[in-house]
Design a protein around this ligand. Sequence first.
Ligand code: ZN
Length: 280
Amino acid sequence: MPPSPRVLLSIDYEPWFALTRRYDLLSDPLQRQTLDDGFTKRAIDSILDMLGPAKASIYIVGEISEWYPEVPEKIVAAGHELGLHCQTHRPLIALEELSKDLSASAGWSSRFNLRGYRAPMVGIHEDAYALLAQNGFTYSSSIYAPAGTLLQKGSMWELPVSSLALFGPASDLTAPRKFSTGLLLGGEVPYGSSFMIGLMPATILHILERELRAGLSPVIIMHPYELVQPEAFVRRLGRDLLAHPLLFPFTLNKSRFLTTLLKNFPVSGLATYLHEVTNV
Ligand SMILES: [Zn+2]
């Protein structure tokens, strides 16, 4: 029997400054923790409260588990799926970078028996799947593709973040398939991105409803700073917002979107759904 349609809700649990990309190369862990300023520790309780009995997949940035070991503990204790977003947030499309990052996260990742991976900025290399499998992962959700797409990559599964293909089926599903003008020009709207949720929340809820009616289970992404406002968020992002106005939709509070979503649609994490579909 096919699994019942539901929204596959994921949260990429990262520090607020991951959004700016200005600190991607800041390698001092203490400076990074100081920048976070306790945000990822404070936000988790409110977010778990917002989710209530609904279950999600929460892919966390590994350095958060070093700063605040209670964060992953709380996620697991509340019954959510804990997955890996990366160890420190930066582009990991290059295999060498991904390999270094997986080694850096190996300790806590195996302690929590992580199985799911979401690439930073939804950017992954096609050859990364074998590397992820070697590191104990069973699935990834690291490309954009139309809802209903599930790809087998060797022993791994790829369950993409959802897009809407406006002009018929998407042709080439080879990674990377990130949010890009190429994707948009090909007629795909990556509505599972929190950028799109920020731009047009009501339209996204409408699309989700249509997808569920069609028997599909769309995958969407949210971030902690979109659900709980970090201290002086917009002020601290000031010059980034001026230089990159497209960051603006990420700064909008989406807690109402989440509340409406949870009130109106069935929701689950990705691993639960995959288990129902593939029996792994
Ligand atoms: Zn991220």
